[in-house]
Design a protein around this ligand. Structure first.
Ligand code: GDG
Length: 466
């Protein structure tokens, strides 16, 4: 059978395929993308002759022929340059992303963006409808594809459809600002199971459904239009073995020692690792650090802050501004407190290989995870998984999904700078041994809820849906 005509009993749809294009000289090849979703789905997808992944390649243009990478069957969905601006940068990242993150920047509502969003969602739904075998299981991911479950249900009532939202679902009062709130709820209710990162996300979703459709929801079971859907909390994990394996790798440990020396072998290393995004609270931690230095509560003689800010969505409203703000603050701290040849903040606006990130996790005495809002935050979990000696302090925002699980972190409210400063100062004065019980408890959590377990739990619940 030609690959394009094959029908599959398990179909995943996400904005991006699980691969990225890597160039070596003039030749390009596809390699598996790093990241939680790819690791989570590897056991059920890689080498499975009945599973296919539909998504965009990352290169604008029409969909190309299906291909295989590392055992993943990939079915490209085309997204044009114009759609990229309206559907991806526009509706997905300048309407839904800010609205679902508590409107930290004002969401923009444009009918042309919505039209493109609907068109691209229709294309995904048609692609999946064509790929799925009778009675197949389909798992759709994230805020780019909120309409797909409903469109797919209309075309293929025989399918078992799951949906997982990686970002928060906002409070009903915020959600109802969306001009297309009813269409989106209808889209999601095409799924048998709607997974959210946290119980709060699941409850917010049910309240929005109730307000918009009048549907009865009992214990997160929703009856609507003669169908039953369920919502549930499925906190995502990381590939713990992979991260722990890197942390135990002698080459990564040697690199960690090298970085520590390059930084001037400070007594305390504070670290932030984030996509450069206004939700991540990067400027909040820099401000707290600056004030602690100014007040003499931390000293440049023994403290260094490293901030990795992976470039992200530079074309989208709000991102250039947060970059300017962060970089201004880095310049300000270094200008005021740095010593010749020894900056106090080391800032990299560059993507780093995962080995380099783990080397940094290994030398970080204090990990700063201070988002104003975050669905989960995998960096917090990666840090914990990279601490085999059970030391280190995780300063963690209450407004992350991870805070629901990592209860022994130093939980802070990023809007309350004094509480953040107190937590950072206290962390800097703790000895390694003091930090062991809290870290050990977090390591148990991260080990028990891996990305693979998350996928198993979601899929088991989906299979159990009536
Ligand atoms: C969304 C939700 C949810 C970061 N910099 C580099 C790099 N990273 C990797 C980290 C981590 C991942 O990217 C970031 O994951 P987060 O969870 O922290 O954040 P989002 O990208 O916003 O992810 C979030 C997640 O989906 C999963 O459901 O937790 O709430 O917003 O794995 O290590 N990786 C590499 N170089 C970098 O410079 N290789």
């Amino acid at each position: 059978m030609a690959a394009g005509k094959q029908k599959w009993s398990f179909v995943v749809a996400a904005n991006r395929l699980p691969v990225r294009r890597v160039w070596e000289g003039d030749t390009a090849q596809w390699v598996p993308s790093p990241g939680g979703l790819v690791s989570a789905l590897r056991p059920v997808m890689s080498g499975n002759p009945d599973a296919v992944w539909a998504g965009w390649t990352g290169v604008p243009g029409p969909g190309t022929e299906p291909f295989e990478v590392d055992g993943f069957q990939c079915h490209p969905v085309g997204v044009s340059q114009g759609e990229l601006q309206l559907f991806y940068e526009g509706f997905s990242n300048a309407t839904l992303w800010p609205l679902f993150h508590d409107a930290l920047v004002p969401p923009e509502y444009h009918r042309t963006w919505w039209d493109a969003y609907r068109t691209v969602n229709q294309r995904y739904a048609a692609t999946v409808a064509d790929l799925a075998a009778p009675g197949a299981t389909v798992w759709i991911h994230d805020y780019h594809l909120l309409l797909v479950p409903g469109l797919l249900r209309a075309a293929r009532p025989d399918l078992r459809i799951g949906f997982f939202l990686h970002i928060p679902f906002p409070a009903r009062e915020l959600y109802i600002r969306l001009p297309w709130r009813a269409e989106i709820i209808d889209g999601l209710l095409g799924a048998d199971l709607i997974g959210l990162q946290t119980p709060l996300g699941a409850d917010n979703f049910c309240r929005a459904v109730n307000r918009i459709t009048g549907a009865k929801t009992t214990g997160r079971v929703i009856q609507h239009n003669g169908r039953t859907s369920q919502a549930g909390a499925f906190p995502i994990g990381i590939d713990t073995d992979r991260i722990a394996g890197l942390a135990a790798d002698p080459a990564v440990q040697a690199r960690a020692a090298e970085i520590h020396e390059t930084l001037g072998s400070p007594r305390t290393v504070l670290l932030g690792v984030d996509r450069l995004d206004y939700t991540k609270g990067i400027e909040v931690r820099l401000r707290a650090f600056r004030e602690l230095l100014a007040e003499g509560r931390l000293s440049v003689d023994d403290c260094v802050l490293v901030q990795i800010a992976e470039p992200s969505r530079s074309q989208v409203t709000g991102y250039a501004e947060v970059r300017r703000e962060v970089e201004q603050m880095v310049g300000d701290v270094n200008g005021n407190f740095g010593v010749m040849g020894r900056p106090v903040v080391h800032y990299l606006h560059q993507s780093q290989p995962i080995e380099e990130l783990v080397a940094m996790y290994l030398i970080a005495d204090i990990m700063l995870v201070t988002p104003l809002r975050d669905g989960m935050n995998l960096v917090a979990k990666e840090y914990v998984a990279s601490r085999p000696d059970n030391t280190g302090v995780l300063v963690l925002s209450e407004f992350t999904g991870a805070a629901q699980e990592l209860r022994t972190a130093e939980l802070i409210n990023p809007h309350d700078i004094e509480s953040l400063k107190t937590a950072m100062e206290a962390a800097a004065h703790r000895t390694g041994a003091d930090t062991v019980p809290a870290m050990r408890a977090m390591r148990r959590v991260v080990r028990s809820n891996t990305a693979q377990r998350w996928a198993e739990r979601f899929l088991a619940r989906l299979e159990a849906c009536e």
